[in-house]
Design a protein around this ligand. Structure first.
Ligand SMILES: [Ca+2]
Ligand SMILES: [Ca+2]
Length: 331
């Protein structure tokens, strides 16, 4: 009897021991599985991180490539004693793609001095009235309500006084989402979407023609878009703008006399002089898409070339942007 009871007790103890062993195995398996998953995630994260760094460096090297092209252009112009920038010069690799180790780079250069600078709208000291009239012409030609001038002006100017039909904080704070005016020059075209009167349609019509630069920048008549040329003076007709575009040729204009030689413009010297344009460009946007293995890195860099021909980075924006638009070509 005693022997039978101790046998049953022993069997039960063996069963319990087996359950413990199985539980320990299950726990070890679970822990091992978690460690493997965590290690895999860690490795994957590091790999992606390193790929992104590599793609970013491909993008930065493309940026440097464009800066060197622009500096070289300045030196070439200096040798020729003819400082001029136009679309047929060597720097204007409008769209280019090239392979790099385990990836590729695509880039596009946009001469920003060919566009209307929205920050001029708050440039009273620089004859702001003239810029208001220019922008009014552009808006009218696009079929956009000209009241937008005042909304943009209020967004940029440092005060909180609404101008004409513009709007300041008290208007925007009750909107959804609540927001306040920047009271500062625009730094990105994407800001336009926050301004009263700029819907999807207005944004899409405007962005190919406008830019955001320091207000001291000037239009380069050699790269100005047709709509921008027409806005320079109410005396410049659509035909005159076309005549300027047709005559820019391979050399571009280097001085006012090159333009007033044109039959269409020979009686408009005073108007052209008053329009205050230049024959060179200082601001260039470079849109870069760099790929390394499966990782893509988007970069927009604003380059500025100073009076000595040296190029510096004036701003960078990382990530794909929805306002990347190709300037309209005149031919
Ligand atoms: Ca040049
Ligand atoms: Ca303001």
């Amino acid at each position: 009897m005693i022997t039978m009871m101790s046998k049953t007790s022993m069997n039960r103890q063996r069963g319990i021991a087996l359950i413990y062993v199985l539980l320990i195995f299950a726990m070890i398996t679970l822990m091992a599985s978690q460690m493997v998953t965590s290690l895999w995630l860690h490795t994957e994260k590091n790999a992606r991180f390193l790929e992104r760094i590599q793609a970013k460096h491909h993008a930065l090297s493309a940026e440097q490539y464009v800066a060197l092209l622009l500096e070289q252009d300045f030196e070439d112009d200096k040798k020729k004693k003819r400082q001029v920038d136009h679309e047929r010069e060597r720097w204007n690799v409008t769209t280019v793609g090239y392979p790099v180790e385990q990836g590729s780079v695509e880039l596009e250069i946009v001469d920003e001095n060919g566009r209307f600078n929205l920050n001029w709208l708050n440039a009273e000291a620089l004859d702001g009235k003239r810029f208001t009239t220019q922008f009014e012409t552009i808006l009218k030609n696009l079929g956009i309500d000209t009241q937008l001038i005042y909304a943009i002006k209020d967004w940029i100017d440092s005060d909180q006084e609404p101008s004409e039909t513009g709007a300041e904080d008290n208007h925007y704070l009750v909107l959804d989402p609540h927001r306040r005016t920047a009271d500062f020059p625009l730094v990105s075209l994407s800001e336009l979407r926050l301004i009263q009167g700029v819907g999807k349609q207005e944004f899409e019509l405007l962005t190919p023609l406008v830019t955001v630069l320091p207000k001291e920048s000037k239009v380069n008549v050699n790269s100005a878009l047709p709509e921008v040329l027409r806005s320079l003076s109410d005396k410049i007709t659509e035909g005159d703008a076309q005549s300027i575009i047709d005559s820019r040729t391979d050399e571009g204009f280097a001085k006012l006399e090159d333009m007033t030689k044109l039959p269409a413009l020979k009686d408009k010297t005073a108007e052209l002089k008053a329009a205050g344009f230049e024959f060179t460009s200082s601001y260039f946007n470079v849109y870069i898409k760099a790929t390394y293995r499966d990782t893509v890195f988007y970069l927009r860099t604003l380059l500025v070339r100073n009076a000595d021909g040296k190029v510096q980075v004036a701003g960078r924006e990382i990530g794909p942007n929805d306002y990347r638009v190709t300037a309209k070509k005149e031919s």
